[in-house]
Every structure is written in C-alpha cells, then in structure tokens.
Design a protein around this ligand. Structure first.
Ligand code: SAM
Length: 237
C-alpha cells in the first residue's frame, strides 16, 4: 500500500473493553475534527465493532488511522475516518437504497446498514472472490444477514436492484463508471475517489433534476478500481 505505513502483523492481545474504549475515543475524535456530524452515522460507528472485520494479525490496530490488509489481492479496510468522510457528504440516511462498490472487509456495509435502517437497502459488491468470502463471513458473524452481497465487477453496478439513492465507490477510478451514474435515482448522490491530473481527489456527484453537479471535496489515497472501468498497475495502485 504505497503512501501508507502498515504496522507489523502481531498476535492480538486487546480485550473487548480495550476496543470499546478505543471506539468511543475514535468517535469523539472524528466529531472534534469535523468528520462526523450526523447522529445516525455517529450511532452506527458506535454500534459496529470494527475489530470484528479485521484479520486477527491486524486486529489490535483496528482504530489506528491506517488502512489494514485483508485476504485477497490488494484489498484493505479503509482508515476509520474514511467512513464519515464518504457518508456525511452523501447525506446517507434512514430509508436510503445504498450501493457500495468495494465491499472489502464488510465494515462499511455494516455501518451503512445501521444508517439506512430497516426501511433502507444495502447492496455491496466485491470483485475479489477471496475478499468477498472474508466479508461475507464477517457480516454473518456480526449478524448482518440482510445486506445484499454481490461477488462481481461493481463498476457495472447492480441493475437488478437499481435505482440507488446513494452510491459509494471505495476504490479509485479514472472516470466514474457510467453504469453507476445511470443507476443513480432522482436526487441521487455518488461519491468516489477519482484520479485527475495524477492526483486522487474525492468527488461528489449529485443528480439534480436531469443534470449532474460535481464537487471536488479533498485529496485522498485509495487502491485502484479493478474490472471494466479499472486501471490497475502491477502493484495494484
Ligand atoms: C478500500 S477497499 C474497501 C474497503 C471497504 N469498504 C471496507 O469497509 O472494508 C476497496 C475494495 O474495492 C475492491 N474492488 C476493486 N475494484 C472493484 C470492482 N470493480 N468491483 C468491486 N470491488 C472492487 C477491492 O478488491 C477492495 O476490496
């Protein structure tokens, strides 16, 4: 993972109480630093145990601000601040039909499931079969049986369950995959890291009537999208 220093694998030693304390501290810090604003996202981050979505050898680092490796090729769980960074500008809320491209560990899908609630829908897509199996097991163990999991190229979206109110792409692309824009509903919003002029930026697209409004939010650093709309180099960046 170019640009990030991954801590060394180790035998996990932290207790549930340690993780509980770290989770509370992380949520207060994300609030203090302005990433976390809405009560629904705050409650979701408090409820979902991030450490349960991380391989044992990296579990003790669950609340550090670094992406951690997952089983599969070039897959990571994003750093903790990534989730409010994406979900707050999206305005992810109760009742939304949400599509995640890049399921990874399953943590982001679990957080989204908590935010959209029983009236909403979460569809999460992962291209790597090994990563997909890891996420599926994590979500089942954590009791999230109602997330629709799809092991396929998320750049193509999931027309069977479109339209979506909100779409989050968690891997960097050179252009926002057109099928995802097509599957965005009325007043829909999509967020994605996009490489523009050699720099990755987080882009928010909003469908207003029939026009698309684009806002560049900040610089970011994510693994590259694979598949039809991907541009992966030999080292996955
Ligand atoms: C930063 S990780 C996702 C983190 C994840 N949201 C989580 O909470 O753990 C990006 C993921 O996107 C996946 N990916 C890359 N290209 C994809 C594609 N075309 N369709 C679906 N998943 C893709 C990678 O395999 C990787 O698991």
């Amino acid at each position: 993972m170019q640009g990030w220093i991954v801590p060394p694998p180790k035998t996990p030693t932290k207790s549930e109480a340690d993780f509980e304390r770290e989770r509370l501290e992380k949520v207060s810090s994300l609030t203090r630093h302005g990433y976390l604003k809405s009560d629904r996202v705050r409650q979701a981050l408090l409820k979902v145990h991030r450490e349960e979505f991380i391989p044992p050898e990296y579990r003790d680092y669950a609340y550090l601000e670094v992406p951690l490796p997952l089983p599969g090729e070039h897959a990571t769980i994003s750093c903790p601040h990534s989730y409010p960074l994406f979900y707050e500008p999206l305005g992810l809320d109760e009742g939304h039909r949400f599509l995640e491209v890049g399921l990874g560990s399953g943590y982001g899908a679990a957080v989204a499931r908590e935010v959209v609630g029983a009236e909403g829908l979460v569809v999460a897509m992962e291209i790597d079969p090994v990563t997909f199996a890891f996420a599926k097991r994590n979500l089942q163990t954590a009791g999230y049986d109602d997330v629709v999991l799809v092991n396929a190229d998320g750049g193509l979206g999931h027309p069977e369950l479109a339209p979506f109110d909100r779409v989050s792409v968690t891997a960097a692309c050179h252009e926002i995959p057109p099928p995802l824009i097509a599957q965005l509903g009325r007043d829909g919003k999509l967020i994605a890291p996009v490489t523009e002029h050699g720099t990755q930026v987080l882009v928010l697209l909003e469908k207003v009537d029939d026009t698309l409004q684009k806002t560049v939010l900040c610089e970011v650093l994510y693994m590259s999208l694979r598949g039809t709309y991907g541009a992966v180099t030999a080292n996955g960046i």
